[in-house]
Design a binder for this molecule. Structure first.
Ligand code: PMP
Length: 366
């Protein structure tokens, strides 16, 4: 993402008052009321607490995954767990396109990054051989399914093979970023730490399923040695996750099935709508099978960064493809399906017009 900072662009969109926010992955479904009620009720509990999380929350999470509570740590957002793990490794292996947060952490901690590219032709699924070689080179590999930015998922059988290829065959650490674990439209949840514990960490976020990204709660399950690295990082930085946020997360888990059903339905409907909205002579894309993003390839020859700026000037926020793995993705933009269909419809129209204007001197092409 050299040359393009999504965080700065995000601030620009905040300041400029964009009417369609298809840039950040900030869910627009309201959070569950009972979660908000717990937050209000427990707002005064602002003491310190242990760095691994409240025992009752850890136990509930352990039960969910059929593991021991020692194999669980509560974290201030999935990002913190990922940053901690990146910090603890010398080289990081990534499958591009990828969420920019991995590179941001790698750069901050001066880590070497090696990358393998998934291809649109293969529906953004990397080959097992490529991931295995990456693991041999890097020592730590981060994978993310359902994927941000492509919406790709792996079939459970393939996912299991991938976990084994990295954590057993290559003997490397596998960080499975499962921030969108619940949001799959035509498949099932996959949890790496349920396949294999040694060398594996599954990182989960409450942000997406429950629409509470500002709550800053997530958790990691897996290899206790790797969880220890996360715990030490939290001890050195955040100290603990605020108690009201942890109690809200405990309530959220009671509502996991309803929240999952709702997120799958709402984002699934938008994916379907998008297929009808996007003019294929302007953008091509692989239908997202999970998460809530579409990675659009610009077919007019316009550059993704230029398109993002042109759209921003007309009040539509999207992130350019280069943010998700560099120049290879200069012909792409990522659209976040976090607005209702009527807003998506207008925003996609603006995007298509600007993808044409950028190459036709404003005369359009579609
Ligand atoms: N991983 C991925 C793939 C994400 O898209 C995000 C948020 N955009 C995160 C991790 C961070 O989640 P959290 O809010 O729990 O830090």
């Amino acid at each position: 993402m050299a040359g393009f900072n999504v965080y700065e662009f995000y601030e620009y969109l905040n300041r400029s008052g964009a009417w369609a926010r298809l840039d950040a992955g900030d869910p627009d479904i309201p959070p569950p009321q009972p979660v908000l009620e717990v937050l209000r009720r427990e707002a005064g509990r602002l003491g310190y607490t242990g760095a691994s999380g409240l025992p009752e929350l850890r136990e509930r999470i352990a039960e969910l995954h059929g593991v021991d509570a020692r194999e669980v740590i509560v974290v201030p957002g999935a990002k913190a767990a990922i940053a901690a793990l990146v910090h603890s490794s010398s080289t990081l292996g990534l499958v591009a396109p990828y969420w920019p947060g991995y590179q941001v952490a790698a750069r901050l901690f001066s880590k070497r990054v090696v990358v393998t590219n998934a291809s649109m032709r293969e529906e953004w699924r990397p080959s097992l051989e490529a991931v295995y070689s990456l693991a041999r080179m890097a020592g730590m590999v981060v994978v993310n399914y359902p994927n941000n930015p492509t919406g790709a998922i792996l079939e459970p059988r393939v996912f299991r093979e991938l976990v084994e290829a990295v954590a057993v065959d290559a003997g490397a650490v596998l960080v499975s970023d499962e921030a969108y674990r619940d949001i799959v439209f035509d498949g099932s949840r996959v949890v790496a730490a349920e396949v294999q514990v040694e060398n594996v960490v599954s990182v989960y976020s409450f942000s997406k399923t429950f629409s509470v990204p500002g709550l800053r709660v997530g958790y990691a399950v897996g290899d206790p040695g790797l969880l220890g690295r996360i715990r030490r990082f939290i001890e050195a930085t955040y100290t603990c996750v605020p108690v009201p946020a942890q109690l809200a997360a405990l309530k959220a888990l009671e509502l996991l099935d309803e929240a999952t059903e709702r997120a799958r339905r709402v984002y699934g409907e938008r994916v379907k709508a998008l297929e009808g909205l996007v003019p294929r002579e302007v953008f091509s894309f692989v239908r997202p099978r999970g998460a809530f993003y579409a990675f659009l390839r610009i077919e007019t020859g316009a550059d993704g960064v230029e398109l993002a700026w042109r759209a921003a000037r007309r009040g539509v926020g999207v992130f350019p493809g280069v943010a998700f793995g560099g120049e290879k993705y200069k012909d792409y933009v990522r659209v976040s399906l976090t607005s209702p269909v009527h807003v998506l419809a207008k925003a996609v129209r603006v995007l298509a017009e600007e993808a044409c204007n950028a190459v036709s001197g404003g005369r359009g092409c579609w």
